[in-house]
Design a protein around this ligand. Structure first.
Ligand code: OGA
Ligand code: FE2
Length: 456
């Protein structure tokens, strides 16, 4: 028994460093579901152990009861009892062998199965770093979504519909305030300056605060006048033969920078395929260290991602072609399709997708120039949180399964458009799958279609 345990420990000790590399569990939901199954297996094993322990105790109890009765009778009249030869024999037998057997039973270790299961499963357990990561994620959610500890610990999370509605609320409040103002014939000068300073105050909020507000569905900076110029339409990719007969639904999400959303642009089956291809390859997402230009992990980007090439699956290839058709941009110079999964608390703080002038050229190796545009598929609905927000301009885009958003990161001159700074809000409930395609400058020299430029 003991040697068995030792063998396990030895074997695992030697094999593990090669067979298993620890992955940050807290960053994605995919690996967390494995943990739930691990725990389920352990519970089954623990129950087996309890059963074995109970049956052992039951046997011991029976023995004790039997002996209790027997010794009672024996002690009442020892001589009469031993006068019976069978009783004398049985006493010998009990003391010579049966008590010994009972002793072995009492000493028997029933925990072997459970302990070896624990040893095997322990290799898949999260470590201290995972636990700290999960704790930080909770703090992040509390901060971003203004949750008090009580709400959080009782699991009363905000209603996501309500969260989205917050944006509308602000919009209606704005309209009502405007109407009220129009009805007031005399404008109070003092009132005016007060309002101006308020507007200024909002403009000068640190980025962090703007980001958090937008994540909560507050602080949207769309005016009714601008909103009137946002449309939806059927789009045929600028008379692309593949879309003339079946144009796709396109909506303006924002005017400056122009962000458009394509609806029903990736099917559920395609999403499943992309997720299945990505799952075994998901690993902690990295960022370019601005000092060294090297890739590293960072607290401000918490998600898992994988890259898929068009060569490995007709589905990925078909998706790439779709992006090329609908953006009018050459995908042969684009990066591979990136698939990302954000678990609860997963986020990507405000950043630019393009490389700035002051950076060591992050995309130099690629030789395809800067990231001219971003195409982002939403491959899941998110129960709460997880919006893509643009703090510079006060825009937020809510994930909706099967849709994609697209924007240019660079002006036609090649200058970076700083208003495209954006972030992925922490996921509050559920999990978020996206995939994105970063299109590069090379190959687009004669391609940029006017239909997808900024709205004038
Ligand atoms: C990105 C990004 C936004 C999102 O991966 O660069 O900005 O909503 N993602 O996931
Ligand atoms: Fe981005």
């Amino acid at each position: 028994m003991a040697s068995n345990k030792m063998w396990y420990t030895l074997a695992l000790g030697f094999l593990l460093p090669f067979s298993y590399a620890h992955t940050d569990f807290f960053t994605s939901i995919g690996h967390m579901t494995d943990l739930i199954n691990t725990e389920k297996d352990l519970v089954i094993s623990l129950k087996d152990y309890i059963k074995a322990e109970e049956s052992k105790l039951e046997q011991i109890k029976k023995w004790a009861e039997k002996l209790d009765k027997l010794t009672d009778t024996a002690t009442k009249d020892p001589e009469g009892f031993l006068g019976h030869p069978v009783n004398a024999f049985k006493l010998m037998k009990r003391l010579n062998t049966e008590w010994g057997e009972l002793e072995s039973l009492v000493l028997k270790d029933m925990s072997d199965g459970f302990i070896s299961n624990m040893t095997i499963q322990r290799q898949f357990f999260p470590n201290d770093e995972d636990q700290t990561g999960a704790a930080k994620a909770l703090l992040r959610l509390q901060d971003t979504y203004n949750l008090d500890t009580d709400t959080l610990s009782r699991g009363n999370l905000p209603d996501p519909e309500h969260q989205r509605a917050n944006g509308n609320m602000k919009y209606f409040e704005y309209i009502m305030a405007k109407e009220k103002e129009a009805n007031k014939s005399s404008t109070d000068a003092e009132d005016q300056t007060e309002k101006e300073t308020e507007v200024k105050k909002k403009d000068y909020l640190p980025e962090r605060r703007k980001y958090e507000m937008l994540c909560r569905g507050e602080g949207l900076k769309m005016t009714p006048r601008r909103q009137k110029r946002l449309f939806c339409r059927y789009y045929d990719g600028n008379r692309n033969p593949r879309y003339i007969l079946g144009p796709v639904k396109q909506e303006d999400e924002w005017d400056k920078p122009r962000i458009v959303r394509f609806l029903d642009i990736i099917s559920d089956e395609e999403i499943e395929t992309v997720k299945e291809l990505a799952k075994p390859r998901l690993s902690r997402a990295t960022v370019h260290d601005p000092e060294t230009g090297k890739l590293t992990t960072a607290h401000y980007r918490v998600s898992k991602s994988a890259w898929l090439s068009g060569y490995e699956s007709p589905v990925v290839s078909r998706i790439n072609t779709r992006i090329q058709d609908l953006t009018g941009l050459d995908v042969s110079t684009a990066e591979e399709l990136q698939v990302a999964n954000y678990g609860v608390g997963g986020q990507y703080e405000p950043h630019f997708d393009f490389a700035r002038k002051d950076e060591p050229d992050a995309f130099k190796e690629l030789g395809t120039g800067n990231r001219i545009a971003t195409w982002l598929f939403y491959m899941s609905d998110v129960s709460a949180g997880g919006a893509t927000v643009f703090p510079e301009v006060g825009a937020s885009v809510w994930p909706k399964k099967g849709t994609a958003v697209f924007w240019y990161n660079l002006f036609p001159s090649g200058e970076g458009d700083y208003s495209t700074r954006h972030a992925a809000c922490p996921v509050l409930v559920g999990n978020k799958w996206v995939s994105n395609k970063w299109l590069h400058e090379r190959g687009q020299e004669f391609r940029r279609p006017c239909t997808l430029s900024e709205l004038e």
